[in-house]
Structure formats: structure tokens, C-alpha cells
Design a binder for this molecule. Structure first.
Ligand code: FE2
Ligand code: FE2
Length: 305
């Protein structure tokens, strides 16, 4: 690969308008393939009438992600209006995948608009977002988990009827709570067995890693990075990374829903997903022992009705 250039993903080619694309001529130099302001004709892409590899300049990378996010966010608006939960989930997966591929300031803020769209549309069409939860996922990944936690948390936020600003913070905190996992070896995250102490210690780092990543972003709200840091803390001090008992309210909600989602979905090959009622009964033990807030537990249980 040429220094200063990165290969553009085939599936994203049609979205680049303001980003110039380059091709490799005669094995040496990179030449302009398409200037800024023009998109590649879709028919050309479909028929493969273009160079095998196209490149974007390294310095255009974040702008490229922003451009793709914008197209997907517009797609999301259409999907919500068409009331098709499968399609909505597919677009959300695309947005989150694109964003988590390069999780840093400049790209992460792009999902703010995603949350804005969902919150706005939920007000009009609450069923559509609720139905997101019944779309089954073929491959369970951090992306799927993040989207599911976000959908459950938004549903909770509408149930408790907090302010619009609080709904957005809750949704965004949920969607990005595990962003630190992008820095952890995927083999470890998907290990089809119980982890060793050493491996578990490594995975626990996703909290502080996520905090550091989100702290550099311009969300205008500290709760989002704080939730990444504290979502595995428990109110009795038995959590991680710091074993603190002073957990932000948003992080308490994210942590609770995170646990619920992981149990009700098949996130580990060695165990099976649990049905909601059994799961709530199990988590209730953690409420009794003071790990989770009773208030959050009760409101969340009602939000599922
Ligand atoms: Fe986590
Ligand atoms: Fe999580």
C-alpha cells in the first residue's frame, strides 16, 4: 500500500462524494480516479467497471467516515418512516460498524445524529423502535450488543419520561458504552470458553480504554465517557475498574441494562440466552444484595411491559 493512502472499502464506494478517490497506475503512482464533488455511478460499481482497488488519502479518512455516516443517517430516517425494524437494524449496524472501525473524536460524534433521529421518531412511532428488540441477530457482536442496549435504554428513557436532553444522553451513553472493546483482541472477546483471570483482567480494561477515547470527543456532556468507565461498577463496590460505590445515575442504568441484555442474548457460545422473566428474576438477586439500584430495576421491568 502507498504511504499516506488507505484502501477504500468496496461497500462504501458509492457514498463518497466530497472525498477524492485514487487508483494505482502501472504499479507505482496513485492517480486521481474521482474528484471531490462527484460520486461513482452505482451501475459502474454493480458491474465492476472500476479499478480493483481504490484508495483515499489518510488525511481524508475521518471526513470519509463522516460522509458515510451522513448517508446512513439519512437512510435511517427513511427506514423509520417505512416502519421496517429489520431495515432499521441493518442501517444501525452499518452506522455503528462504520463508526467503531475508527473510534475517535471526529467519527464518534457522528452517532449523536443517529440518536437524535431515533429519539425524534420514537416520539411519533414508539412501536418501531420497540420492535427493534424482536429482530433476531445472526451474529452477536459488540455492534449488535451496543444497538440492543441502546434500544432497551431508549425504551426505558421514554418510559420514565425524562427530558429530551436526558433521553439523548442515555441513548448515546448506551450506544458507546463498550467502545473500549474495539481496542481489545477480538479473539478474546469471542472466546468460546470461560476466561482465565489474566484474560478477564485484559477485558476489564475496556472500561478505562472507552473512557479515554470518549473523553477526547466533543459531546458536551461528561456522562457519556463516565458511563463507559463505570458501567461495570456495582453499588456495593464489588464492580470494576475502581470498585467505587459512587456511580453516576446514567452509568447505573447502562450497567443494569447491559447485564440484562447480555443475559437475554446469546453472547457466549457456552451458554444459552435466557427469557426476559427468568433474567429479571436472576438480576433481582443482585438488587437484593445491593449491587443494582432497586429503583432502576423496577422502572426497567415496567418499561418492558
Ligand atoms: Fe462493558
Ligand atoms: Fe456491554
Amino acid at each position: 500500500m502507498m504511504r499516506g493512502y488507505i484502501q477504500a472499502k468496496k461497500t462504501r464506494l458509492k457514498f463518497y462524494k466530497n472525498i477524492p478517490l485514487y487508483y494505482q497506475a502501472r504499479g507505482i503512482k496513485l492517480m486521481l480516479y474521482k474528484p471531490s464533488g462527484k460520486t461513482i455511478e452505482e451501475i459502474r460499481i454493480e458491474k465492476g467497471l472500476l479499478p480493483d482497488k481504490l484508495y483515499i488519502k489518510q488525511e481524508d479518512k475521518i471526513r470519509g467516515i463522516q460522509e458515510v455516516q451522513k448517508v446512513f443517517n439519512n437512510q435511517l430516517k427513511e427506514d423509520v418512516r417505512s416502519k421496517n425494524p429489520e431495515k432499521i437494524k441493518e442501517t444501525l449496524v452499518n452506522i455503528v460498524q462504520e463508526t467503531l472501525a475508527e473510534p475517535r473524536s471526529g467519527s464518534l460524534e457522528g452517532v449523536s445524529e443517529t440518536i437524535n433521529i431515533l429519539v425524534r421518531e420514537y416520539t411519533k412511532e414508539s412501536d418501531v423502535i420497540k420492535n427493534l428488540l424482536s429482530v433476531s441477530d445472526k451474529d452477536y457482536s459488540t455492534v449488535m450488543h451496543s444497538i440492543n442496549v441502546m434500544a432497551l435504554v431508549l425504551n426505558y428513557a421514554f418510559h420514565i419520561n425524562c427530558s429530551l436532553a436526558e433521553k439523548k444522553v442515555l441513548g448515546l451513553s448506551a450506544l458507546l458504552h463498550d467502545v473500549g472493546k474495539t481496542k481489545i483482541d477480538t479473539k478474546l472477546l469471542a472466546a468460546p470458553r470461560r476466561l482465565t483471570d489474566e484474560e478477564f483482567k485484559e477485558i476489564k480494561r475496556h472500561t478505562t480504554l472507552g473512557y479515554n477515547i470518549l473523553n477526547k470527543c466533543n459531546f458536551g456532556n461528561k456522562e457519556i465517557s463516565l458511563s463507559a468507565l463505570q458501567h461495570h461498577e456495582k453499588m456495593d463496590g464489588s464492580g470494576y475498574p475502581n470498585g467505587t460505590t459512587r456511580i453516576s445515575e446514567v452509568a447505573q442504568v447502562i450497567g443494569f441494562v447491559d447485564c440484562y441484555e447480555a443475559l437475554t442474548n446469546d453472547d457466549r457460545p457456552y451458554r444459552n440466552a435466557m427469557d426476559p422473566l427468568r433474567c429479571l428474576n436472576l438480576i433481582k438477586q443482585d438488587v437484593e444484595s445491593g449491587k443494582f439500584s432497586r429503583n432502576v430495576f423496577e422502572k426497567f421491568a415496567y418499561s418492558l411491559l
